[in-house]
Design a protein around this ligand. Structure first.
Ligand code: C5P
Length: 311
């Protein structure tokens, strides 16, 4: 394990970016999977103390940022964003992209504006951190197009204020143990790729509701085993260490998810796990080829879209 840094420190770089003509910036906004999540206790501020391992997947949204020095920040969907996702994602002040941009404008960039085009692929309320990745991309992107001298540490501080999963996606780490509310990141180094196949029922889960219904474990588990598997390259042992304390509460709230998890396990012939507060459930595969087979089987037998998530 390498360096450990708090939400207010550490480098950033979670999003691949490339400039296109006319000052337009295109950023990939990554998703995450929780391959371990233990709830250590409820805190005075209402949040829960976590011990979780997140991995950053290549399943991404895309943000296009076009500077507009008239001062307004406007957010819209790309023309090809599916209608099913448009319904579930607000484009007003509730959207983390606009809140992230506002935070940066508050640091002396009040005259700066932008048109931000969101190409949405990652469904909300799925436990994949789509909105958090969008916030991380917006922080990085707005700093870039407005040419602000805001440090990485300041970006991390803003990220922690906006949500618990944003620091990990901002950090650029492929994997990390995340503690506190989830905003304290300890990156994990590992080589090779990881392959997961994930499915999601029609309905998402409300994160606050899932946490409210979860009580801290009495038989607390530790992320150390999952972290060890990654750093030792023992991907064959990973499946036996994956755990998510939020699963039982989420399953009682979302019977469709519990049923899909059960049928996915049967179809894939291996255990399926929930990411974050759900409702995405995933299985571990040993190779890209095996993952493609599991993906095809899941789509045929479960009649849902299955994603191949590579880390
Ligand atoms: O931080 P974020 O906005 O993603 O959290 C959404 C909600 O999930 C919080 O308002 C809180 O109810 C719950 N939560 C929690 N403990 C955490 C993270 C989130 O209770 N560590």
């Amino acid at each position: 394990m390498s360096e450990c840094y708090e939400a207010t420190g550490g480098p950033v770089g979670g999003c691949g970016w490339r400039s296109v003509s006319g000052g337009r910036l295109v950023l990939q906004s990554a998703s995450k999977l929780n391959i371990f999540l233990e709830v250590l206790g409820r805190r005075e501020d209402g949040y829960h103390e976590l011990d979780t391992v997140m991995v950053r997947t290549r399943f991404c949204d895309t943000l296009t940022l076009i500077p507009d020095f008239s001062g307004a920040v406007r957010l819209r969907f790309s023309d090809s964003t599916p209608a099913s996702l448009r319904h579930a994602v607000p484009l007003d002040g509730r959207n983390l992209i606009l809140r992230a941009a506002e935070q940066l404008r508050g640091l002396g960039a009040s005259g700066c504006g932008a048109e931000i085009i969101l190409h949405k692929c990652i469904p909300p309320e799925s436990g994949l951190g789509g909105g958090s990745g969008n916030a991380a991309a917006a922080l990085l992107g707005c700093r870039q197009i407005w040419n602000l001298s805001v440090s990485d540490a300041q970006l991390h501080e803003m990220a922690a204020g906006l949500g618990s999963d944003i620091n990990f996606l901002l950090s650029g780490a492929r994997a990390a143990i995340c503690r506190g509310r989830g905003e304290q990141i300890q990156p994990l180094q590992f080589s090779g790729s990881l392959f997961f196949v994930a499915v999601r029922p029609g309905r998402g889960n409300s994160t606050p509701e899932v946490f409210r219904r979860t009580s801290a474990g009495t038989d607390l588990r530790t992320s150390a085993h999952v972290a060890q598997c990654l750093t030792d390259g023992r991907m064959d042992l990973l499946e036996s260490c994956i755990f998510n304390r939020l699963t039982d509460a989420a399953a009682t709230m979302n019977a469709e998810m519990a049923d899909l998890q059960h049928r996915f396990q049967h179809a894939a012939g291996r255990p399926a796990f929930m990411s974050g507060s759900g409702s995405t459930v995933f299985v571990v595969c040993r190779s890209a080829r095996e993952a493609r087979e599991v993906q095809r089987t899941a789509e045929r037998k479960l009649r849902v879209v299955a994603w191949l998530l590579e880390v």
